[in-house]
Design a protein around this ligand. Structure first.
Ligand code: SF4
Ligand code: SF4
Length: 76
């Protein structure tokens, strides 16, 4: 379960700017949770770290989905 970014992504970065939990990262960029470093989920396009994303639980439409020009963010 959770949101993920598909191959349609054009790497505009708009979703990362809007994400309230800072769960979206640049392609190839490692991310950190409580001092532990994790490998990038994708080296090709922006990606969502599922352990950080709270699915915008207090917002009607997830911020990342609302802003994406390519409709390239889906829910599994
Ligand atoms: S659903 Fe919300 S918290 Fe999760 S990645 Fe998108 S904007 Fe961030
Ligand atoms: S807003 Fe959409 S196209 Fe832009 S980086 Fe995010 S997923 Fe990719």
């Amino acid at each position: 379960m959770g949101y993920y970014i598909t191959e349609e992504c054009i790497n505009c970065g708009a979703c990362a700017v809007e994400c309230p939990t800072n769960a979206i990262f640049e392609p190839g960029k490692k991310y950190k949770i409580e001092e532990k470093i994790y490998d990038a989920v994708s080296s090709v396009h922006f990606y969502i770290a599922s352990f950080i994303c709270d699915e915008c639980k207090n917002i009607n439409e997830p911020k990342c989905v609302a802003v994406c020009p390519m409709n390239s963010i889906e829910r599994s």
